[in-house]
Each structure stands twice: as C-alpha cells, then as structure tokens.
Design a protein around this ligand. Structure first.
Ligand code: HEC
Length: 121
C-alpha cells in the first residue's frame, strides 16, 4: 500500500500539471467505461462486448486508431451525451445525458483517446 502510494506520487511529480490532470481524467474515464460502456464496446474497447453478437449495428471499435482520428473531441462528446442519432449514427448507441454529467463525459473522451492511441483534438 505504502509502496504503491509512493510510486503514484513519484509518477505525479515527474509529470507536468496538465499531464496529471489528463491522466487522472482518463483513469476516471476507464472506470466509467467499464461500468457503462463495456457491455457493448467490450472491456478492451474493441467492440466485442457481451451484447454485441445480438446487435444489428456493431458497437464502435474504440481501438481503431485511423478511424478514431477522424472524430474530434466534440464529436465524441456529443455521441456520448446525446446518443448515436445525434451524430447520424445508430440509435443503438444510447444517450447518456440523464446518467452522466459533463465532467464524466469529458473523462470518457479522455479515456477514448488513450484506447484509440489518438491525441485530444
Ligand atoms: C447498448 C449498447 C451500447 C452501449 C451501452 C454503449 N454504446 Fe457506444 N455505440 C453503440 C453502437 C451500436 C455504436 C455504433 C453506432 C453506429 O456506428 O452507427 C456506438 C457508437 C459509439 C460512439 C460513436 C463512434 C463514432 O463512430 O463516432 C461513441 C463515441 C461511443 N459509442 C461511446 C460510448 C461510451 C463512452 C459508452 C458508455 C458511456 C457507450 N458508447 C455505451 C452501442 C453502445
């Protein structure tokens, strides 16, 4: 416990402030992703969640770097907040505005950037 706390502190000290904020945000996003998104998008974000075999439209593979690069942060935020239909995608992607606040959605977008190995844009 003490060792991991020290390791975490050491990591934070070696990062700049903004990197720490992004890292903390993405970590929060990962927890949210596992709770709310993994059943369709998969624990690894590759689109193979437990629901995916029964779905008419495949959940997005969030590890697809080339495709995820074509979406900016605002697109991803809108898809999560207002659902697939709001960004001309399938309504099988639910809207999360009733369950997640804007900070949580920003954290999810930060995590999607890590999953897809694309930078914030
Ligand atoms: C009930 C299943 C389901 C759940 C739960 C779900 N999604 Fe989706 N999601 C989908 C489907 C299906 C698509 C693909 C829509 C399409 O391609 O038309 C999608 C698409 C998306 C897209 C749009 C990708 C693009 O093509 O631009 C984002 C972003 C996204 N999901 C994020 C999330 C996040 C974050 C969560 C958790 C808060 C989540 N999804 C939960 C089914 C789901």
């Amino acid at each position: 416990m003490k060792t991991s706390l020290l390791a975490t502190l050491a990591l934070f000290i070696t990062l700049t402030n903004s990197q720490v904020l992004v890292a903390a945000d993405a970590e929060h996003g990962r927890t949210l992703y596992r709770a709310y998104c993994a059943q369709c998008h998969g624990v690894e974000g590759d689109g193979f969640g437990v629901n995916s075999p029964d779905m008419e439209v495949a959940p997005k593979d969030h590890t697809e770097t080339a495709e995820m690069q074509t979406r900016n942060d605002a697109d991803l935020f809108k898809a999560i907040k207002d659902g697939g239909k709001a960004v001309d995608k399938s309504a099988l992607m639910p809207n999360w505005d009733a369950n997640l606040n804007d900070d949580e959605i920003h954290a999810l977008v930060a995590y999607l950037r890590i999953l897809s190995k694309t930078g914030s844009q």
